[in-house]
Structure formats: structure tokens, C-alpha cells
Design a protein around this ligand. Structure first.
Ligand SMILES: Nc1ncnc2c1ncn2[C@@H]1O[C@H](COP(=O)(O)OP(=O)(O)O)[C@@H](O)[C@H]1O
Ligand SMILES: CC(C)(COP(=O)(O)O)[C@@H](O)C(=O)NCCC(=O)O
Ligand SMILES: [K+]
Length: 250
């Protein structure tokens, strides 16, 4: 049975899923670009659907992996002005990262309800979509690892020799590495709380979804994780909307 392969190519990692002929999604792998060849494509595919925000070097690795295993059609999805009930807030719609676009498409397709979508990977993005499917706008901020690296690169006395890779939400540091790691994690936590505050005080939303995805979500404190929904596959769900459409028009 031929599948469709769906690929979310972020700036750091590649997330994949397989879609069967009925349109059901099955998560496949989440890997570094260097590890792609650990995942040979053994199954028959009828098409490949890709959402790319990464640069040329990563693109080349992805293309090499695909061409080593497959000759099927590759569709590269772009952000649009409007599709699947969602309207893009950007004046130039294709400037919006396709991962942000697809996460909104995936979320709205699942439930047409007001939502704030937080994707914390290389960068942290926040996007607001209302119950009519209008994207109201969003934010782009540095991801937790980028924050750490930017301080150590510019401040010669800030070192990080900790065996810990990540800091802890709600905790103070008493050494340089702990102050740095906890400071970066708590900046992320603060951004999420501010996104919730803006939703409630500026937009007057009270019944809305908080959708959390991306590699840094485990760092959030329990109260935010409980209030939100951890939905790491949202971009792939948005890609699935495009892939299913191809089936019905074929
Ligand atoms: N166990 C972890 N705890 C916290 N953060 C992590 C963990 N593993 C990875 N990360 C962070 O998640 C990022 C990768 O997340 P991902 O959402 O796949 O990013 P992207 O979409 O930009 O490729 C890494 O850059 C790293 O900062
Ligand atoms: C903001 C992003 C870098 C986030 O990418 P990620 O952290 O998921 O790798 C990506 O969505 C992007 O390149 N966006 C283009 C600019 C924009 O969305 O306005
Ligand atoms: K992101």
C-alpha cells in the first residue's frame, strides 16, 4: 500500500510522518539532519510533502536523503494568503514561515476555535488565530539554545561548563552556568505567560486553546503544560491537509 511521506524540515531537526491511503497519519521519526541516513525509506511512496524553513546546507542533506531512496513526486508547500479556512495576517503571505502557516492550518482543521500556537525550537514563534480562522499576527523570538549561545559569544566572563544542558523553570541560579541556563529557560517561560496575558487582556479571549510544540516544550513548568495542549505534530497535520487534497483532486 503506497504512502505519502510528510516532512517538517526545521532549522535544527527533521520531523516526519506517513499518511496511508485513507488519509490517516502515523508519526515516523524526529531526527537531526546528520542522522537522516539512519532512516532508509523502505516503503513504497506515491508522493512526498515537504515544509522547509531551513537553509541551503540542510536542504541539500534532505534532498540527498530523498533522492537516495525515492523517485516519487515531491511537493514543497508554501504559505498562502488563505486556505483550509485560515487567512494569513501577512501582507506578503509567503514571508510567513511555512511551519507557522501549517501549524495554524493543522490546528484549525482539527478544531475551529481561537488558539495561540507556540512553537519552541531553534526560534520560538507565537501565532494567534481566532475562531473565524483569521491569523491575527505573531512573534518571533530566539529559542532557548540560541539565547544561551548569544550570551556566551558576546560576554567573555559568562561560561557554561555545566553538565546540565538545560536550566529549570522557576529556579534561581548560584553559579554562572546555572544563572545562564535558568535565565534562558525562564525567558522562554515568561514569553509564554506574556502570550497568555495578551490573549486574555488585549484580545479578551477566555475560551481559547494554547497549543504547544517544538523541542523545548519539556522545559515549561507544569502549570503551563496543564493549561496547554502538547501537540508536537501540528505542522505535519497541516501538511496532511494539503496531501489529502491531492488525493481528492487526482
Ligand atoms: N530534551 C530537550 N529539552 C529541551 N530542549 C530541547 C531538548 N531537545 C531539543 N531541545 C531544543 O529543541 C530544539 C529542536 O526543536 P525543534 O522543534 O525540532 O526545532 P526546529 O523545528 O527549529 O528544527 C533544539 O534546538 C534544542 O534547543
Ligand atoms: C521563525 C522561523 C525561523 C522558525 O523556525 P524553526 O525555529 O521552527 O526552525 C521560521 O518560521 C521562519 O524562517 N520564518 C520566516 C519568517 C516569518 O515567519 O516571518
Ligand atoms: K519554531
Amino acid at each position: 500500500m503506497a504512502h505519502k511521506l510528510l516532512i517538517d524540515a526545521g532549522n535544527t531537526r527533521v520531523k516526519t510522518a506517513l499518511m496511508d491511503t485513507e488519509g490517516h497519519l502515523e508519526p515516523w521519526f524526529n531526527a537531526d539532519y546528520e542522522e537522516l541516513n539512519h532512516h532508509p525509506i523502505a516503503m513504497e511512496l506515491d508522493s512526498v510533502w515537504v515544509a522547509v524553513v531551513s537553509g541551503q546546507q540542510q536542504n541539500d542533506k534532505l534532498a540527498a536523503w530523498l533522492s537516495a531512496h525515492q523517485q516519487s513526486k515531491v511537493f514543497r508547500v508554501q504559505s498562502e494568503k488563505a486556505a483550509f479556512g485560515v487567512t494569513n495576517a501577512y501582507e506578503k503571505p509567503t514571508n510567513l514561515g511555512v511551519d507557522r502557516w501549517l501549524a495554524m492550518v493543522g490546528a484549525y482543521d482539527e478544531q475551529p476555535k481561537a488558539a495561540v500556537i507556540i512553537d519552541a525550537g531553534t526560534a520560538i514563534t507565537v501565532d494567534w488565530i481566532d475562531e473565524q480562522g483569521s491569523h491575527l499576527g505573531g512573534w518571533i523570538a530566539p529559542g532557548v539554545e540560541l539565547m544561551k549561545n548569544s550570551v556566551t559569544q558576546r560576554a567573555p566572563n559568562v561560561f557554561n561548563d555545566s553538565h546540565e544542558q538545560w536550566g529549570k523553570a522557576q529556579q534561581l541560579g548560584q553559579s554562572t552556568p546555572d544563572c545562564l541556563l535558568n535565565g534562558c529557560v525562564n525567558t522562554f517561560v515568561g514569553l509564554v505567560r506574556q502570550a497568555m496575558a495578551v490573549s486574555e487582556t488585549e484580545l479578551d479571549w477566555f475560551d481559547y486553546r494554547i497549543l504547544l510544540s517544538g523541542g523545548s516544550i519539556p522545559l515549561l513548568p507544569v502549570d503551563i503544560k496543564r493549561r496547554g495542549e502538547i501537540r508536537t505534530e501540528l505542522v505535519l497535520q497541516g501538511l496532511a491537509c494539503y496531501a489529502r487534497q491531492e488525493k481528492s483532486t487526482a
